[in-house]
Design a protein around this ligand. Structure first.
Ligand code: GLU
Length: 534
């Protein structure tokens, strides 16, 4: 797919960081086969320095034409358990990643797909060393692996341990096919055939027609301000940008800097804000090609004030419900058809999956990308003979029909992925993104606040312990949060989860406007890395 004519000027020089970004995606498919790859989808935010423009690419997975709103209900009409649902063929969405990165490269790249896929072929053939995260992911996913996946990740029935060599000849073969024949081999050729066969064998409806019709979409980003910075983030079908900026706008009304970092008072205000925003997210957000979204009402100052007024400084509010941003949209209310059922639908048990990566080149062109196959190792289905995992992204839809995020043919499930770029005086000053399911949005928010409110360096901002709450009363927390703060939060009516848990894995790039220097921050929670090339 080529950009509309009026955008072609951006490509005159090409974006050097794009070839790296796409090469990273293919390499990730090899070294982190449980987190992302050509069997999945993602969102890419591209900053074009010369034009001072943002381009957003949506290559989120899409529901096949045969998908039904009731497909995650059992015979009695009850929602299937998550672990059961993700292993069905219905869980697999039409993959977007390959077409997404190819589109990005075609429009902005300085190298061909055949060139940037080459290093990943070598990695897959020569093998990589299994690290701790991959080893643990294999053990945790044995229950859902099909035979093809078992042969690669648990030969002779034994999960590959940390330090073992993982060689992926089928994946190398697939990448070679793509190198020689382009994306068509995946969307209309022999790989499409193999995908359809394995998905249908698991009861899914995906057809060759579905794959052939898949389209990458160009989207307009969500924009808002926070304490003089402009926040530019991901639009629907992600709930990321709207939820992130709504939370920041509510919190802008408090002197967070004076209240201090991770103090009881600051955390109390943040927890209440998260619950308010997640209530709205559950009710109003879904794929904007299918449901109406109150884009203006969502950040309207009066609406934000109304929501902020529901926060008691001292006590947890046990009764937080979604508000009515439609009232401030100038429209009577949300279309009734979207409101038959409303869910907070946050899967509290998700682990940290998915990957975020960011690349900048010497001209300041920036690519921020969050990429996923949803659960760790997705559906557990490897395409036999082709060596890549298929996503279970369809389980990001609500299982019970009727709400803004119900399953519909051709629709994209609501995401939390939040690649974000922060601007000051019209120039980008940092980018941030993370994996972590619904915790992505609050993770990104905490890193932004750590830098803007608390003046932390990027690495300090990433390392600091995080919290998460999507509804009253539970608060999840990371190790390092002071004991007395947890006790004081309990006294305010919050329920502090029994054990800590890790949230997200942030990668960030900072541009110092004064010196012109560029810094990176990477998350130690999952072996993040910063690399600079002279
Ligand atoms: N499927 C999730 C989403 O799109 C991303 C996976 C994760 O990081 O948990 O929001």
């Amino acid at each position: 797919m080529i950009l509309p004519q009026h955008m072609v000027q951006y490509t005159a020089r090409g974006v050097l960081s794009m070839r790296t970004a796409v090469a990273i995606q293919f390499a990730l498919n090899v070294v982190e086969p449980m987190m992302s790859g050509i069997g999945g989808g993602g969102f890419m935010m591209i900053y074009l320095a010369k034009e001072n423009k943002i381009v957003v690419l949506d290559y989120r997975e899409q529901a096949p034409a045969g998908a039904k709103p009731t497909m995650f209900l059992d015979a009695e009409g009850k929602p299937l358990p998550f672990r059961t649902a993700i292993q069905t063929g219905h869980a697999v969405g039409i993959p977007g990643t390959l077409k997404g990165v190819a589109t990005a490269l075609e429009n902005f790249g300085t190298m061909s797909l055949a060139q940037v896929i080459e290093p990943a072929i070598e990695l897959a053939e020569k093998g990589i060393m299994v690290n701790k995260v991959l080893a643990q992911s294999i053990v945790d996913s044995m229950y859902k692996f099909n035979d093809a996946a078992k042969q690669v990740f648990a030969p002779n029935g034994q999960p590959l341990p940390e330090g073992a060599l993982l060689v992926q000849p089928d994946l190398a073969k697939t990448f070679r096919l793509i190198k020689e024949r382009g994306v068509d081999v995946f969307y209309t050729g022999e790989i499409a055939q193999a995908i359809v066969e394995v998905v249908q064998a698991r009861g899914g409806t995906m057809t060759l027609e579905d794959l052939k019709n898949y389209e990458v979409k160009f989207r307009e980003p969500i924009r808002g301000t926070y304490r003089g910075y402009e926040i530019v983030s991901m639009p629907p079908p992600s709930s990321g940008g709207l939820t992130l900026i709504q939370m920041l706008k509510i919190l802008e009304g408090f002197d967070i800097k004076a209240l201090g970092h991770n103090t009881t008072q600051t955390l109390h205000l943040m927890i209440e804000t998260m619950r308010l925003a997640y209530a709205d997210r559950g009710k109003y957000l879904g794929d904007s090609d299918f449901v109406k979204i109150p884009f203006k009402g969502y950040f309207d100052e009066k609406y934000i004030e109304e929501r902020r007024a529901l926060i008691d400084w001292q006590k947890a509010n046990p009764n937080i419900k979604a508000g009515d941003p439609w009232f401030y949209e100038g429209s009577p209310t949300c279309p009734a058809s979207q409101l038959k059922n409303v869910f907070a639908m946050v899967n509290e048990n998700e682990t940290s999956q998915t990957t975020h990566y960011t690349v900048i080149d010497k001209w300041g062109n920036l690519v921020a990308c969050t990429t996923t196959i949803e659960d760790v190792f997705g559906s557990g289905i490897m395409v036999p003979g082709y060596g890549f995992m298929l996503n279970n992204e369809m389980t990001d839809f609500d299982f019970v029909p009727g709400g803004a995020n119900e399953v519909q043919p051709g629709k994209r499930p609501r995401s939390s992925m939040t690649p974000t770029i922060v601007f000051k005086d019209g120039k980008p000053v940092f980018s941030v993104g993370s994996p972590g399911g619904a915790r992505i949005i609050t993770t990104v928010m905490q890193v932004i606040m750590n830098m803007i409110d608390h003046g932390m360096s990027v690495q300090e901002a990433i390392n600091a312990p995080r919290i998460f709450s999507s509804s009253y009363p539970t608060v999840q927390w990371e190790a390092g949060l002071p004991e007395h703060v947890k006790k004081e939060l309990e006294l305010r009516g919050h329920k502090i989860a029994d054990a800590p848990r890790i949230m997200g894995s942030v990668q960030s790039i900072v541009i110092d406007l004064e010196t012109g220097k560029i810094y990176g921050g990477a998350d130690p929670r999952r072996e993040g890395t910063v690399i600079g090339v002279p």
